[in-house]
Write a protein that binds this ligand. Structure first.
Ligand SMILES: [Zn+2]
Length: 52
């Protein structure tokens, strides 16, 4: 099972996304700072901020 925990690159809060149905390329919003985060990898879970 892939870990569904990562860190927001914007506010550095821990993101516990266990239970979310995520796909690579999907964009989510950080629950803490609401920045859009693009899922670039699922194993390990990696997100990046979208600047454009
Ligand atoms: Zn954040």
């Amino acid at each position: 099972m892939a870990s569904a925990e990562t860190r927001c690159p914007e506010c550095e809060s821990d993101l516990d996304l266990d239970g979310y149905d995520l796909d690579e390329g999907e964009t989510i919003n950080c629950p803490e700072c609401s920045v859009p985060l693009k899922v670039t990898s699922l194993d390990p879970l990696t997100v990046t901020t979208e600047e454009d």
